[in-house]
Design a binder for this molecule. Structure first.
Ligand code: FES
Length: 170
């Protein structure tokens, strides 16, 4: 188990309804190679994969928990922590870096009070630094979920946060 996983395991998790996971597991239980679809389906339901659910999947699919955690930590698509309603991504690829991305990243950190790969306690925002988003002509680039914001400035950071603070959580 990695340090990150161990650290997470120590944290309290909210009450989890395992019947939601069971419904996904039941769907794939007899299908060979069912681990990935089960993990994907479970993550779709909970928004992330709680540890208690990962352990439950191991038990029901009769695989070692270490095998589950190996998959969960290898693939970036899986998350062991709750994610925010809004995922803010700031590109730190070369074009964005030279156009001022570090300052944009720092400003988001300051305003949100979180760092890379962290989520605000109210679960509104998760922040991630990412590699080239493929729109270098608009550098520096930020995204909030599927919305793209090019030619980012410190002022735009304020505007984005103000706008998404107004959005409903569901
Ligand atoms: S380097 Fe940022 S979009 Fe390409």
């Amino acid at each position: 188990m990695s340090d990150a996983v161990a650290q997470q395991t120590e944290q309290q998790e909210p009450e989890i309804d395992l019947s939601i996971a069971d419904a996904v597991i039941d769907k794939y239980i007899d299908i060979p190679g069912n681990l990935m679809p089960v993990l994907q389906g479970v993550q779709d339901e909970y928004g992330y994969i709680p540890h208690v659910v990962a352990d439950h999947i191991a038990e029901r699919l009769n695989v070692y928990p270490s095998q589950i955690y190996g998959v969960l930590t290898f693939y970036a698509q899986f998350h062991l922590k709750p994610r925010g309603r809004f995922i803010i991504r700031v590109c730190v690829g070369t074009a964005c870096h030279v156009s001022g991305a570090p300052r944009i990243v720092e400003t988001f950190f300051d305003k949100l009070g979180i760092g890379h790969a962290e989520t605000t306690p109210d679960l509104r925002y998760t922040f991630e630094k990412v590699a080239c988003l493929g729109a270098c002509g608009m550098a520096p680039l930020a995204m909030v979920n599927d919305d793209t914001f090019g030619k980012m400035t410190v002022q735009k950071v304020d505007e984005i946060i103000a706008e998404y603070n107004q959005r409903p959580m569901k």
